[in-house]
Unconditional design. Structure first.
Length: 217
């Protein structure tokens, strides 16, 4: 069965999932992570997309991106993936695929989905047991949102800004939002499945996140 075409255009927000070949932990040292962020920044300048978040793990990567000025997601991801694979293989003295398959992209549907997706991404290293707290993982946009730490790659996603007008209260709310568990956290694929936008489990996860926000405010 042929793969369905992606939704492309201007001002579209995406959750991007990029996995290493054969589920290998190919991003294994500081230089691997730094190279990816460097090339991400270069690609951002070239294609003028907005980058709202990233969570880089050893075997996969999450990004939150919006496209603009006729630069569409396929162009962006092809350029980024090709450049990184070429540099990675040269530095590690290897050949072959770095990325497992065509990257996955999920449209971010509204503010509720956006903040649920942001929370999900920033919990990844913590949920995987790599760190005891989200702020301990350095390859993430978490501290940009939770503590206002400067990050030249990122700008705040509108869904995050909608949480609260006061920046200090908003950061505190986001810390508590990421720290507090909800039932859908146990379903790791809920934001990554092929039909996430139509899944009842996905919709339930967004609703649970919305209720958690209301509880914490």
């Amino acid at each position: 069965m042929p793969r369905p075409p992606r939704t492309v255009g201007d001002d579209i927000h995406y959750h991007i999932i990029l996995r290493c070949n054969n589920k290998e932990r190919l991003l294994c040292n500081t230089e691997d992570f730094e190279d990816f962020l460097f090339l991400l920044g270069q690609t951002k300048k070239e294609y003028l997309f907005r980058l709202y978040n990233y969570e880089l793990l050893n075997s996969h990567i999450h990004l939150m991106i919006s496209t603009h000025l006729g630069n569409y997601i396929d162009q962006i991801m092809h350029s980024l993936c090709f450049k990184y694979a070429k540099k990675y293989n040269k530095r590690h003295g290897r050949s072959g695929h770095v990325w497992a398959h065509r990257y996955r992209s999920r449209l971010i549907l509204d503010d509720a989905h956006g903040i649920a997706c942001l929370r999900y991404q920033n919990r990844n290293a913590f949920s995987a047991g790599i760190v005891e707290r989200p702020d301990q993982w350095p390859w993430s946009g978490y501290k940009f949102y939770a503590f206002g730490e400067e990050n030249k790659l990122l700008e705040s996603h509108p869904s995050y800004l909608s949480l609260c007008e006061d920046s200090k209260k908003r950061r505190n709310l986001y810390q508590r939002l990421v720290a507090a568990p909800i039932p859908s956290d146990k379903a790791k694929s809920v934001f990554e499945g092929r039909s996430a936008g139509e899944s009842s489990r996905f919709l339930m996860a967004v609703q649970q996140t919305r209720r958690l926000i209301e509880k914490l405010q």
